[in-house]
Design a protein around this ligand. Structure first.
Ligand SMILES: *Cc1c(COP(=O)(O)O)cnc(C)c1O
Length: 396
């Protein structure tokens, strides 16, 4: 006789999915209604507004793509790349490589501008590659494989002066790090639900503005019917509401609740909470003589990449955390496999309490390998770190 699946108890502190708080799980478990039910369409309008606000965008398009984060890149490629287009793409880690690959598969001639993994690309270096034949400039704003945030200064002016669009992957930054779509002049951007929004994986919040829509209007039809932004927007646009796909109703309940919690907390306090958590974790591991891959000024607060000290078995430490404490953290991706741990303090888990738990369990796992470290020293550095008082009164 088969039994229903019961997941193990875990604390998700890796690169995603992040922990899903109870109110969001409860929203997910509400009865499914039709995706044209008037009550659901009313909720979709609220979700659309909240997506716009969370991205700090005033663009016409604000919707939840029925795909994971990577689907956002596929939508950009399918709609905004014409075969032979010259595209300039920043690559500072695995997700930059994937974005370049998605654009290239759509027929773009991709010029990559790379930086050493662990650093951002200086905007001037990207700007220098933009010429009058460039049609698109693409960046990963929060590079989850290295824990680095890409500065956006000057990119929009350079792209727009050349007649190019500026697009961004904000999968890990949205809801945990300042994402300022209007202020940066970004024409289209996407995220994912399972990072700082604390939903299960499965949707990609997406925004696009006027310039992007004008580019879309230049083409007869896009290669993929399913990823056609015009058709996707046709469902989300209250003026048309035409059937394209069956909206993932329960996931949209969950996203609505996740975005409501963000609205309740406020974006600035939420960003500050992520910064404080990252800063405290950095101070703790630095007290052990260990280092964080990203420099403080380039750090993507929701994702801290810790360099594995010499002589430590990185996979054994992760196994220890999972088996002993039920804590999941991530290892390195691509060329950083085996070299870093990636600790995600995303959404509800960006708190001093969670930082203390990470330091405590890391010290235990290191001790199990004969690599003794002083927990007291790390906790005291974490508690007194520069941003240590910015956690605010609300611990979600
Ligand atoms: C997680 C992530 C993605 C991919 O999202 P999926 O939901 O796994 O498809 C893309 N870009 C970045 C920066 C990410 O962190």
């Amino acid at each position: 006789v088969s039994e229903p699946f019961v997941p193990p108890k875990r604390l998700l502190l890796g690169a995603g999915p992040s922990q899903v708080p109870d109110p969001i799980l409860a929203a997910l478990a509400q009865p499914t209604v039709g995706h044209f039910d008037p009550a659901f369409l009313e909720l979709a309008e609220v979700v659309s507004r909240r997506i716009r606000e969370t991205f700090r965008s005033s663009g016409e398009v604000a919707l939840a793509l029925p795909t994971t984060g990577s689907g956002g890149a596929a939508v950009l490629a399918n709609n905004f790349v014409f075969p032979g287009d010259r595209v300039v793409c920043a690559v500072i880690g695995v997700f930059g490589e994937r974005l370049a690959e998605a654009l290239s598969r759509a027929g773009a001639e991709v010029v990559t501008v790379e930086a050493e993994w662990g650093r951002a690309v200086e905007p001037e270096r990207l700007i220098a590659e933009i010429d009058s034949s460039t049609r698109l400039v693409a960046v990963v704003h929060g590079e989850t494989s290295t824990g680095v945030a890409q500065p956006m200064d000057g990119l929009a002016d350079a792209a727009h002066d050349a007649g190019a669009l500026l697009v961004a992957d904000c999968v890990t930054s949205l809801g945990g790090f300042p994402v300022l779509i209007d202020e940066w002049g970004v024409d289209a951007a996407f995220s994912g639900t399972q990072k700082c929004l604390n939903c299960p994986p499965g949707l990609s919040p997406f925004v696009a503005g006027q310039r992007a829509l004008e580019r879309l209007a230049e083409r007869e039809r896009t290669p993929s019917w399913y990823l056609d932004l015009g058709l996707l927007h046709g469902y989300w646009n209250p003026q048309s509401r035409s059937y394209h796909h069956t909206a993932p109703v329960n996931m949209i309940y969950a996203l609505a609740e996740a975005l409501r919690l963000i609205e309740e907390e406020g974006l600035e306090p939420r960003w500050a909470r992520h910064e404080a958590a990252h800063t405290a974790l950095r101070a703790g591991v630095e007290a052990w003589g260990m280092s964080v891959l990203a420099e403080p000024g380039e750090a993507l607060w929701p994702l801290t990449a810790i360099v594995v000290p010499d002589g430590v078995d990185e996979a054994a430490v992760r196994r220890h955390l999972l088996e002993d404490r039920g804590i999941e953290i991530s290892g390195g991706l691509g060329r950083l496999a085996g070299a870093i741990w990636r600790v995600g303090l995303m959404g509800a888990n960006a708190t001093l309490e969670v930082v203390e738990l990470v330091l405590t369990s890391l010290s235990e796992a290191l001790a199990a390998q004969g690599h003794g470290v002083s927990l007291d020293e790390a906790l005291s550095q974490a508690r007194s770190s520069e941003k240590g008082l910015d956690f605010g009164s609300r611990t979600p």
